[in-house]
Design a protein around this ligand. Structure first.
Ligand SMILES: [Zn+2]
Length: 417
């Protein structure tokens, strides 16, 4: 029988090793340029009195990203989302959505203007390294749901000029551009609409990365065929691990990788593990939303009151919550299928993401430690944390440059004729 002292001695030997592994992972994480491709944080910017430079708590106001927590979690930046909920597909609905999207873009630019020492707008792939080297946070812009474009494709250029470099055509419901993965009425276009196909051409022409998250599988397939440059899934998961319409099957993952694309792993619990229907909870949550009119214009005090009521509902009608290990299961499976050249992170912070053990962006660095422990090296992590996404942006830029040269040449020929 071994003497207890030998266990003690063993613990003394192994403890520093464990600590130094954690230190190494953290130091490596800090060396990397880290981008999340789906930050719904602009939804916080419209809250009265909410400041990106303050350190907030998830339990007080349900936010997951601010500058102090980005620093804590070692997140250099990402794609800040201009999200518009799907509304009526009418001229008035499209005009209202356009104005909402423009207002969100303005809010992001106001945040940038108010904090020049901490945040910088990025519009090219090369900008990421320059901004990170200056010790600032990187702000790319993206559009989730191109519904605000309505039928006016010239607006794509307007949003490009405002900084948008990634765009997804559709969200929870079908629209005039494409079918959604989650529309309960089923397919309308069997993929992209004719206008949606023109949208792909316009995004390629300008140098905008196409994003198939939320789109139906038909749209995904057609985007890969039609797009001149590799596409992204900015926040998605693995269907083999959990069968949900928002996740992607292994065959399509391989197709995405073969076309040079990337899947960025989502951390939204209901897409990671089964969540049984809970109508009582839904009803109580809807009542809460009705009472507070959404969270859009609430003061900090009202937000706190609402948070207390929301927590009470969550405790009364609990739902299973995915853990960090559940999230990593999706990551490791996807890595097994397509490898580190085609995987990244888009955790859906401030948009429903977050799991037990990685509740907000402050603990984002845990992913790097987990990858290192599983045998992935620094070069792999560098690709996953930004290299792959920036490769797609560089490809989009290169194609747009070629398209511009060809268009200019055609214009010269036309003038001569
Ligand atoms: Zn989303």
């Amino acid at each position: 029988m071994k003497h207890p002292i030998s266990y003690f001695a063993f613990a003394l030997t192994i403890l520093p090793l464990a600590l130094s592994a954690a230190d190494d992972a953290r130091a490596m994480h800090e060396r990397l340029i880290t981008l999340d491709t789906h930050l719904d944080t602009p939804s916080s910017l419209r809250r009265p009195g909410w400041n990106i430079m303050d350190r907030h708590n998830l339990k007080d106001d349900f936010t997951q990203v601010d500058q102090p927590r980005m620093v804590e979690g070692g997140l250099d930046g990402g794609f800040w989302v201009i999200y518009t909920a799907q509304g009526p597909r009418t001229p008035a609905g499209h005009a209202a959505a356009r104005d909402t999207a423009l207002q969100i873009a303005v809010n992001i630019h106001k945040m940038l203007a108010a904090n020049p020492a901490h945040f910088t707008l990025a519009t090219t792939a090369a900008d990421a390294a320059t901004i990170a080297a200056a010790g600032k946070r990187i702000v790319y812009l993206s559009i989730e749901n191109a519904y605000p474009i309505g039928h006016d494709l010239t607006l794509v250029r307007t949003f490009y000029d405002l900084g948008v470099r990634m765009l997804s055509p559709v969200h929870f419901a079908n629209n005039d551009l494409a079918d959604s993965a989650t529309d309960t009425t089923g397919k309308q276009w069997n993929g992209l609409s004719p206008l949606g196909r023109d949208l792909i051409v316009e995004c390629n022409r300008l140098g905008i990365i196409l994003d198939a998250s939320h789109a139906s599988d038909d749209v995904f397939d057609q985007m890969i065929t039609l797009s001149k440059t590799p596409i992204i899934l900015s926040h998605s998961g693995s269907k083999a691990i959990y069968d949900h319409p928002r996740n992607i099957d292994d065959v399509r993952m391989k197709k995405l990788a073969a076309a040079g694309g990337v899947i960025q792993m989502n951390s939204l619990s209901a897409y990671l593990i089964p969540t049984p229907p809970n109508p009582e909870r839904n009803k109580a949550m809807q009542g809460l939303m009705a009472k507070y009119g959404g969270r859009r214009n609430l003061s900090a005090e009202q937000t706190k009151e609402m948070a207390i009521e929301r927590r009470a509902i969550e405790e009364k009608y609990p739902v299973p919550m995915a853990t960090f290990d559940d999230f990593m299961k999706h990551v490791f499976h996807t890595l097994k299928v397509v490898g580190p050249d085609h995987v990244g992170f888009g955790a859906d912070w401030d948009g429903g993401g977050g799991v037990t053990g990685m509740e907000d962006v402050a603990s984002y660095h845990k992913i790097t430690a987990s990858l290192l422990a599983a045998g992935y090296n620094e070069a792999d992590c560098a690709k996953m944390w930004s290299g792959n996404t920036l490769r797609l942006l560089r490809a989009a830029e290169a194609y747009a440059a070629t398209a511009k040269v060809e268009a200019d040449a055609a214009a010269v020929t036309a003038t001569k004729d």
